[in-house]
Design a protein around this ligand. Structure first.
Ligand code: PHE
Ligand code: ZN
Ligand code: ZN
Ligand code: ZN
Length: 295
């Protein structure tokens, strides 16, 4: 019969069921109805209403890592921290999500290695973000309160070169965290720095909500002022946004979000360049002073 792709809910993302595990006609002992005709990743399913016989993969335990790099400043007790997740979804190479942020902070780190900053500079390439912010959460959880207190601020870069981009800055006043979690007040000064840079460069920007969908989450929960940049994922560009940033209205900011075509072609190089410069600018500015953020 026809080939079927059967999906199971894997991992902790409720919006997405993953993994091709069987074909129609092969009996793996379990029967589930096929519920749809196709999926966003373009893999064709058998007719809705048909039945597939599939195998459930056993759950497994794996070890993953965060990569942390630090450049000591004159002040070891004031850490300016930037992070980007290094993992991707299994379906694709993850170039915009999140090779873009990972590469931008890597180049920033290489360049800033040439200076002796006032403050200490730290970078993290997080593991297992896509599995539920696992690397960044574990990292913050394992820090002592004294170590958390040394962190002046955290800057998050997840998807900074989307092919149908808009420039967005995490807004200190817009979050969906349930009480009592609040965005630490110093975060406003971080947002202001990004926005003044875009203004300086003649680039329009908008707010992004702190939705809890990226690695800033654990830092905000720990009371550390946070910010970051984002050029958009699955949300569809409006005509109004097209008038401001160009690109294609009616298409997602990243049509290859979480799928195989998030490859080296899936970037807007202008967006990536503007944001890479801004990422370096922010890191260098805060390396000299975090006074605006921490008083
Ligand atoms: N964290 C999301 C991902 O890695 C990207 C994202 C960030 C989406 C912020 C929406 C808002 O897939
Ligand atoms: Zn992702
Ligand atoms: Zn991401
Ligand atoms: Zn704002």
């Amino acid at each position: 019969g026809a080939e079927a792709v059967v999906i199971f809910n894997q991992g902790n993302d409720p919006t997405r069921e993953a993994l091709i595990v069987g074909t129609l006609g092969e009996d793996h002992g379990i029967t589930i109805p096929v519920v749809g005709g196709s999926f966003a990743n373009g893999v064709a399913l058998a007719q809705a209403g048909s039945t597939a016989h599939v195998r459930i993969l056993p759950s497994e335990t794996r070890t993953d890592v965060n990569v942390i790099a630090e450049l000591p400043g004159k002040n070891r007790n004031n850490v300016v921290f930037a992070g980007a997740h290094l993992d991707s979804e299994t379906e694709g190479p993850g170039i915009n999500d999140n090779g873009s942020g990972s590469a931008a902070i890597l180049e920033t780190a290489l360049q800033l290695a040439k200076i002796k900053p006032q403050n200490t500079i730290r970078f993290a390439w997080w593991g297992a973000e896509e599995l539920g912010l696992i690397g960044s959460s574990a990292y913050v959880e394992e820090l002592s309160q004294a170590e958390r207190d040394r962190i002046a601020l955290y800057l998050n870069y997840d998807m900074v070169g989307s092919p149908n981009y808009i420039f967005q800055v995490y807004d200190a006043d817009e979050s969906s965290f349930p009480a009592p979690v609040v965005v630490p007040p110093g975060s406003t000064a971080i947002e202001d720095l990004y926005e003044s840079y875009y203004t300086w460069k003649g680039q329009p920007y908008d707010d992004a909500e702190f939705s809890g969908r990226s690695d800033y989450q654990a830092f905000i929960e720990a009371g550390i002022p946070s910010g970051g940049l984002f050029t958009g994922a699955e949300v569809v560009k409006t005509a109004e946004q097209q008038a401001i940033w160009g690109g294609v209205a009616g298409e997602s900011f990243d049509q290859c979000y979480h799928i195989a075509c998030d490859d080296i072609g899936n970037l807007d190089y202008k967006a990536l360049e503007v944001n890479s410069d801004l990422i370096a600018f922010a890191q260098l500015t805060f390396a000299y002073s975090t006074e605006s953020v921490n008083g």
